[in-house]
Design a protein around this ligand. Structure first.
Ligand SMILES: [Zn+2]
Length: 149
C-alpha cells in the first residue's frame, strides 16, 4: 500500500521549474519521495511514442494534491534508445493507477484493448487548451504502445 494514493488527481510540477524537490510549490510543505508508475509521451520530429515507466522520481506533498517530478530523471527515461540529435520533446501526462487494474486483468499487458492503462491525468497538464489535439494523437499512437518498467 502506498502512502500517496495514485487515484487522487494531482497537480504536477517539474523540479527544474520550482527550484527543487524538497518544498511544495503550492503550500510550502515538505515533499516525500515515493515509487510510482507514470505514463510518458515522447515526440521526436513527427514521430510519437508512449510508454509506461516505474520509478521513485516523484516527490509528493502530504498536505495538498501536488507532485514534483525530477526533470532530469524523467528526461533520462524518455531518451532511452533515442538518438541524441534532432528535436526531442517529452510529456508526463499522469500517474498510472496500478491498483485500479482488476485482479483478473493483472496478467494482461497494460495497454492491450481489454486492459486499458488506468491513467490519472495531472490536473494542470492541459492548461494551454490543446486537450483535444493531444487526445487524438494518443489514439493514433495506441498500436505502437509498448512497456518499459
Ligand atoms: Zn503542498
Amino acid at each position: 500500500m502506498k502512502k500517496f494514493d495514485a487515484s487522487l488527481p494531482r497537480k504536477m510540477f517539474w523540479s527544474k521549474d520550482v527550484g527543487g524537490k524538497e518544498i511544495c510549490p503550492e503550500c510550502h510543505g515538505r515533499l516525500e519521495r515515493e515509487r510510482h508508475t507514470y505514463m510518458l509521451f515522447t515526440q521526436e520530429g513527427r514521430d510519437f511514442d508512449s510508454f509506461v515507466v516505474g520509478n521513485d522520481s516523484g516527490y509528493f506533498c502530504a498536505r495538498c494534491p501536488v507532485v514534483v517530478l525530477d526533470y532530469e530523471a524523467f528526461a533520462e527515461s524518455a531518451m532511452v534508445g533515442k538518438p541524441t540529435s534532432g528535436s526531442f520533446e517529452f510529456t508526463v501526462p499522469g500517474i498510472v493507477d496500478l491498483d485500479a487494474i482488476p485482479e483478473d486483468k493483472k496478467n494482461i499487458p497494460l495497454g492491450e484493448d481489454d486492459n486499458p492503462i488506468p491513467l490519472m491525468k495531472f490536473t494542470n497538464l492541459f492548461d494551454n487548451g490543446d486537450t483535444r489535439r493531444r487526445r487524438s494523437r494518443d489514439r493514433r499512437r495506441k498500436k505502437r504502445r509498448k512497456q518499459r518498467r
